[in-house]
Structures are given as structure tokens and as C-alpha cells.
Ligand binder design. Structure first.
Ligand SMILES: *Cc1c(COP(=O)(O)O)cnc(C)c1O
Length: 463
């Protein structure tokens, strides 16, 4: 991160304030393909297009803010994961990243499976025609009602997260006269985030059953004894926005170690291993994510090698990418409302959304980029902070970025890589209405999740 370069221009002090920004990009009008969806382009008139449609037209037709999702890009990424892992592995899209019926249909058509972690996520998946046996049900506190629904509908697997749940799912399955396929989620003492992983003491979290102290082995023992359960494998999910494969290496080593112990103790070779999701994407030009085929090759090699060493048949591998599929496929389109230059600091650019449509910056200190998309500009770069309209000073969408100094109210700006964990985590803070998701493909745009209305919100208020 360089703080040496700084933009010229009357709005700026000579020294830039503290921040995590790089130098301004050489060309503010350029769109880095690393962070923008596949079909995003800038037309000859300077307006950015996606799926062949100018964003100005999208704003007119659907309003702002809006999440704009590139369907071709979504399908291509889903397919790339599917192809990379091949027929001997399963790819489960993590629905919590972003779930809607259209997305479920695309996943179904592209041959992916689906992770859900609530009863309503499950209902969404089933209502859009995802076969139940291609659905995995996750969560650390599934209700009896949710478990019953999952077992009755015939989900392919329930991922067990605690000793109580082992007993609970077994009981519910037995009382329905069923044998439920399950995996046990374990914590392997590895936590990975972005560029690093930590391999000590990260069993201190709510998910999973610790490998340490023999707890995971005990969970397997119990699950194997219960008639209502068919234990098909072990599950491990080590973190999110990961670039470094070494965390997976340690996790796979430890999971395979458990599979070996299970074989030695019970004479059973569990047929599946799930390594979770968490693969990173580019939010800014500084991020360098790996391609699905590289990830598939690395994970398959690690598991195969570990199993050979343990003299185990290589289990069927599954992975659960959420962000890596949907994240890069969408951007949020905003209209600029006010512009407030603070001398010697930065310029605050307020948009018509904010932390209600993207909580990640406030929640995780996440980094994003931003571009002027309704026109080109040859003005100097100005250091901006893009903020929302909420009554909260932490209401920041993009902490530090550069936009042209001639930015004006009414301009459209867009924040790329907002496909994951933005609409799915959106709130109604300040009774702001949640934006629509507009899918674009081959010159056509359609709403797949409509904008919330005042009536939607008032209907809930029955006092
Ligand atoms: C969140 C989650 C995922 C998906 O994580 P991404 O970072 O979106 O890939 C996969 N599996 C489990 C169990 C999760 O909790």
C-alpha cells in the first residue's frame, strides 16, 4: 500500500491521510476485470454496460440502489467449479452467500448441489425445484421443526454440529421411520482468513465438534451406534476469503487422520470428506484469487496423498464455495446524492443506500472498490469515502477509493464484487427498503428479487 503518490488538485492537501488505499489508478475510467463481472464493459459513449445493457438504462428502469447480477458470469463460475472437480466430487453452493429461486434454478441446471442453513433457505431451494437429495442442511442450532422438514423432504445430508444434534436428528429420523445420511462437522484447530492461517487453539468457536481431546472421535462413535443415522463422512470448514491453500492442507491432514482412526477402531471407511468453502475473491485490484481448476487440483492432491499415507481409499470430496461463485458476479449501482470535501482529509460521497445493503465494511472492515459508471471523466482523481444514508457514522460502503474530482450529484457509481453476503445480509435499518436484484443476460434484464416497498414493511407492523 503506497501513500507516497497523491492526487493533485485544489480539493486535496499535500499529504494523504491514513488509509489502506493504494496510489490512484493510472486510469480512473478503466474497469479492472479482476473485480468486475465478466460482461461488464464501458461503451463508446462512456457508459458502463453489463450483459449489453447500459447502467443508465438499468437505473431508469429499476431505480437505485440495485444489485445487478451478471447471469452469464454466475453460470460460467458455477460451471467452472463443477468442471474443475469432475464426476468424482461434489460442489455445494453455499446458499447463505445469496439465495433466490432463480439462482437455485441456475445451480440445478449447471449440475451443482446446494447448502442451506435454515428452514426457509431449504423451502426456497425446494420451491425452485432443487432435488432434495442434492441439498445439504447446515447450522449449529437447527430447530426440531427444521430437522423434521429436512428429514421428511429427503435432504441428501444433514451436517451435525453438536452431541445434542446427533441425538436429536437420530431421534427425529427414527420416529419418521427413516435413516438420515449425515456428516459430522469437526473443528480441526485451523482457522484461515485471507492470506494467512493460524493452526492453534481455534476450536474456540461455536461451530463444529473439536478434534482435540477425542471429542470428534466420540461423536463418530455415537453416530455409528444410532439406527436413525447413516454416517457418510466428516466435514470441515476453516474460514472465509482464503487465498492460501496451506490451511486446507493442515485441515485435510487432520480430517484424514480421523478417518484413519475411525477405520482402526470401527473397521469402517467413511466414504466422504467435505472441505467446506471460504475461497477468496478479488474485492480490489490488490487481491489475487486462484482459479477453480487450481483449487480443485490442489485439494484433490492433498486428500489423495494423505489417504495414501493412511492406507485409506480416497473418499469422495465435496466443497462448498459461496462467495467464489456469486461474489464477483454482481455490483451495487448507486446514485450519488451529496458530496462533502473535508480539507486535508477526504471527500465524503453519500449514496442512496449504505450499510443496509452492504454491512460487510462495517462488520468486517472489508475493502471494496468503486467506479463512476454513468460517464467517463478526465478530471483528477480525488480520494473519497463512499458512505450511505443511515444515521450512523460507521455507515461506510467503501473506506478509501479514488473517483474523479468532477463527481456530481446524480452521477451513478457502482461497487463491484457485491454478489455475496450483501443482499443476503441486508437489513431495514432506518426503515430503508432493501434493493432489488436485477439479473442481466444477453441484452435482457429482469428482476429476480424485487425491491421492498413501504407496504411490505408496514404490513409487518401490526401494533
Ligand atoms: C459460509 C460457509 C461456506 C461458504 O463460505 P464462502 O466463504 O462463501 O465460500 C461453506 N460452508 C460452510 C459450512 C459455511 O459456513
Amino acid at each position: 500500500m503506497s501513500r507516497s503518490a497523491h492526487p493533485a488538485g485544489p480539493r486535496h492537501a499535500d499529504v494523504l491521510p491514513e488509509g489502506h488505499y493504494s496510489a490512484p489508478p493510472a486510469d480512473l475510467n478503466a474497469l479492472d476485470p479482476k473485480v468486475w463481472a465478466e460482461t461488464v464493459d464501458r461503451a463508446a459513449d462512456g457508459v458502463v454496460t453489463v450483459g449489453g445493457i447500459p447502467v443508465t438504462r438499468l437505473a431508469e428502469e429499476f431505480g437505485t440502489p440495485a444489485y445487478v447480477l451478471d447471469e452469464a458470469d454466475f453460470r460460467a463460475r458455477a460451471r467452472a467449479w463443477r468442471t474443475a472437480f469432475g464426476a468424482d466430487a461434489d460442489v455445494f453452493y453455499a446458499g447463505k452467500a445469496f439465495l433466490s429461486r432463480a439462482v437455485v434454478r441456475w445451480l440445478h441446471e449447471e449440475g451443482l448441489n446446494l447448502d442451506v442453513c435454515s428452514g426457509v433457505e431449504l423451502a426456497t431451494a425446494l420451491s425452485a425445484g432443487m432435488p432434495a437429495d442434492r441439498i445439504a442442511f447446515h447450522g449449529n442450532n437447527k430447530s426440531a421443526e427444521e430437522i423434521t422438514k429436512a428429514v421428511e423432504s429427503g435432504v441428501g445430508r444433514i451436517v451435525l454440529d453438536s452431541f445434542q444434534e446427533i441425538a436429536r436428528v437420530a431421534h427425529i429420523a427414527s420416529s419418521l421411520g427413516k435413516r438420515q445420511r449425515v456428516q459430522i462437522r469437526i473443528t480441526v484447530g485451523v482457522e484461515a482468513h485471507t492470506h494467512e492461517f493460524i493452526a492453534t487453539a481455534h476450536e474456540d468457536q461455536k461451530f463444529g465438534i473439536p478434534l482435540a481431546g477425542g471429542q470428534a472421535a466420540e461423536a463418530v462413535r455415537r453416530a455409528l451406534q444410532l439406527d436413525g443415522l447413516e454416517l457418510i463422512g466428516i466435514h470441515s470448514h476453516i474460514g472465509s476469503q482464503i487465498f492460501d491453500m496451506s490451511g486446507f492442507e493442515v485441515a485435510a491432514h487432520r480430517v484424514v487422520g480421523l478417518l484413519r482412526d475411525v477405520r482402526d477402531e470401527h473397521g469402517v471407511e467413511l466414504p466422504e470428506i467435505d472441505l467446506g468453502g471460504g475461497l477468496g475473491i478479488a474485492y480490489t485490484s490488490d487481491d489475487d484469487p486462484r482459479e477453480p481448476h487450481e483449487i480443485a487440483k490442489a485439494l484433490t492432491e492433498i486428500v489423495t496423498r494423505e489417504c495414501e499415507a493412511a492406507k485409506l481409499r480416497t473418499p469422495r470430496i465435496s466443497v462448498e464455495p459461496g462467495r467464489a461463485i456469486v461474489g464477483p458476479t454482481a455490483f451495487t449501482l448507486y446514485e450519488v446524492g451529496t458530496i462533502k470535501p473535508l480539507d486535508g482529509l477526504r471527500t465524503y460521497v453519500s449514496v442512496d443506500g449504505g450499510m443496509s445493503d452492504n454491512i460487510r465494511t462495517a462488520l468486517y472492515d472489508a475493502e471494496y472498490s468503486v467506479a463512476l459508471v454513468s460517464r467517463v471523466s478526465d478530471a483528477e482523481p480525488m480520494l473519497v469515502r463512499v458512505v450511505g444514508k443511515h444515521c450512523e457514522s460507521g455507515d461506510i460502503v467503501v473506506k478509501d477509493a479514488f473517483l474523479p474530482a468532477d463527481l456530481a450529484p446524480g452521477d451513478l457509481i457502482a461497487v463491484p464484487a457485491t454478489g455475496a453476503y450483501c443482499r443476503s445480509m441486508a437489513s431495514n435499518y432506518n426503515h430503508v427498503l432493501r434493493p432489488p436484484v436485477v439479473a442481466v443476460k444477453d441484452g435482457e434484464a429482469r428482476v429476480i428479487v424485487r425491491r421492498e416497498t413501504e407496504e411490505d414493511l408496514l404490513r409487518l407492523d401490526v401494533g
